[in-house]
Design a protein. Sequence first.
Length: 137
Amino acid sequence: MKTHASILAIAAVGLFAVAAELRPIPYYADNLRDGVAKPSDQQDDFTKKEAEKLAKSQVPTAEEAAKLALGAFLKQPGLDARESWRVVGLYRIGRDVTNFAKADDLIWEIHITRMASGVSGVVWVSTTTKSAKVLFP
């Protein structure tokens, strides 16, 4: 019995030591919006690289993305007085999309919301082509 308790104690100490050494690894599908807004001394290497890519892009700010998204949404399906918009994310796109973006490009995601009803539209804006894609509805 004492042997089993000793082995468990050693295993537990080992696990805590390994866990203390672990750092979060950037997940490429994570929302980068908040990370790129932090001061560079608070960013990991991956986020710094993405922030630099964004700064050099054609759509470097959420405000510019929102303008492009609204322009596209007004054409199809149209905005009504009960709707508002919000930039909710900045993501790396995982594959090429013809006339929109290439794999690893950054895209902004904008949600159109209807008062007290929820999301009524989703628009993506490419930071490299300035194209806006209305995904929903």
